[in-house]
Design a protein around this ligand. Structure first.
Ligand SMILES: [Zn+2]
Length: 83
């Protein structure tokens, strides 16, 4: 492979791990939530709900579905403000 590409890929890996370290230490307190739903299915058990949250500080994004909703509120790092 082209040596310049290898060098750039190594830099990308380094930068990505730096971003991940910042996101892992972030408390995600400055976030926005967007609620979504897919309802009205013929089979109501197919209805689903989710919340998509984005941290405005570190840009981490997370989607929680209704089954995992209790986990969301148990995860102190994601305090949803506009619920
Ligand atoms: Zn964050």
């Amino acid at each position: 492979m082209n040596k310049e590409i290898l060098k750039l890929q190594k830099q990308i890996t380094t930068i990505q791990s730096k971003i991940a370290a910042i996101q892992n230490s972030c408390q995600h307190e400055n976030n926005v939530a967007e609620y979504g739903a897919n309802t009205g299915n013929y089979d109501p058990s197919s209805d689903c709900y989710w919340v998509f949250v984005k941290c405005l500080d570190c840009d981490e994004r997370m989607r929680f579905d209704s089954i995992k909703h209790s986990d969301l509120y148990g995860d102190k790092r994601w305090k949803i403000k506009n619920k």
